[in-house]
Design a protein. Structure first.
Length: 395
């Protein structure tokens, strides 16, 4: 029998009925410490009172009108994002995948309007992840994601992560119009691009007149201890993709851009029925109220540093299970020596939720609001998971 839900997910045998801060609860009352946060979506944890109140208040006023009309909540959130970032303009989507689609269209439309229609190629990097649409999987080029889905959308050239010589050669090609990169790869195994490399990339783009497109869908919205990860390098992009944490659990995404980069996107060139609806933008504004506070971001940095130090101790205690810690802020990863899927499963048994990534990494993406007590409990439960794995291997 064909299942009623398309079987495209390898789901864990867990079903949650309630969330409280950094905890998820099953129907039988079992509590799990959530270090996945919906894959970096629940930036403020589960049922944060500020965003619950914002959603409730807006739901009692107005849900949806479409973009045939002015949406005051959308304008208010756009103004907040422009004031806090490099951007001059914002387009709201429902997801990071949709944000990727617009970023690609924006870069190519700019070239077309300037008589540079040959400069359609976008350089991307091995290990990247930009979503699941045809354009997004073509951009990433991962064999796992593209197999069976051809022909792929043309116009992307994939470079090895960290190969500076290849990058310097590639940007000189006459067909290149943009570079797209995650400041910290999430699905790719929690791989930060060093600040000096990000600065060098910005300089290369400027020198060759090409756009820098940053994908901050997973690493943005306070995840690294700055509002956006590129701020650590002291640079700005031309176009930036945002989603996940911006809605705190409500489906919301955005493309932020400079006036110049967005100049080709005139009336009728793009649209979204749901994008920027009153509900999503009201929640997004409430998320900004919390995350954009410098004191909140300072706490993310403090907790991230403390958590990393404790994870280093965990690695030292279980060198046959874990190899190293990587990442920044509260976007951290444990490079495993055993299959990372085994670590994730052992974590379920120990009551802690994590998520796998490439390069045999276990991603740790807790809510940015996680308490010190819950971080200590996280280490205890990860320790219990590692101990159980070693016991199983010895049996």
């Amino acid at each position: 029998m064909i299942p009623s839900i398309l079987p495209t997910y390898n789901r864990a045998p867990l079903a949650f009925v309630r969330g409280e801060g950094s905890w998820l609860v099953e129907a039988d009352g079992r509590r799990f410490l959530d270090l996945a946060a919906g894959i970096a979506v629940n930036a403020l944890g589960h049922c944060h009172p500020v965003i619950v109140q914002a959603l409730t208040d807006q739901a009692q006023r107005l849900w949806h009108v479409s973009n045939l009309f002015t949406v005051p909540e959308q304008q208010a959130l756009a103004d907040r994002l422009v004031a806090a970032t490099f951007a001059d303009t914002v387009f709201f989507t429902n997801s990071g995948t949709e944000a990727c689609e617009l970023a690609v269209k924006m870069a190519r439309k700019y070239r077309h309007d300037r008589g540079e229609g040959h400069r359609t190629t976008i350089l991307t990097f091995e290990g990247s992840f930009h979503g699941r649409s045809s354009a997004a999987i073509a951009a990433a080029g991962s064999e796992k994601m593209v197999k069976g889905f051809g022909p792929l959308l043309p116009g992307f050239r994939h470079l090895a992560w960290g190969d500076h010589d290849a990058l310097r050669a590639a940007v000189t090609a006459p067909d290149v119009g943009a570079v797209m990169v995650e400041p910290v790869q999430g699905e790719g195994g929690i791989r930060p691009m060093p600040d000096h490399c990000l600065r060098g990339l910005r300089e290369l783009c400027d020198a060759h007149g090409i756009f820098l497109i940053l994908d901050e869908v997973q690493c943005g919205m306070g995840r690294t201890g700055r509002l956006f990860a590129h701020e650590w390098a002291g640079i700005t992009p031309d176009i930036m993709m945002v989603a996940k944490g911006i809605g705190g659990g409500f489906p919301l995404g955005a493309v932020l851009a400079t006036e110049d980069a967005a100049s080709g996107m005139t009336a009728g060139t793009h649209g979204s029925t749901y994008g920027g609806n009153p509900l999503g933008c009201a929640v997004g504004a409430a998320v900004m109220d919390v995350i954009a506070d410098p004191a909140f971001l300072a706490e993310v940095n403090r907790k991230g540093a403390a958590f990393r130090q404790r994870l280093e101790g965990l690695v030292a205690s279980h060198p046959d299970v874990f190899e190293s810690v990587r990442g920044t802020g509260l976007m951290l990863g444990l490079k495993a020596r055993v299959p990372n899927t085994d670590v994730v499963k052992a974590g379920h048994d120990a009551g802690v939720l994590t998520v796998g990534a490439a390069d045999n990494v276990v991603r740790l993406l807790p809510p940015l609001t996680i308490t010190d007590e819950d971080l200590a409990e996280a280490i205890a439960r990860l320790d219990a998971a590692a101990t159980a794995l070693k016991a199983t291997a010895a049996a």
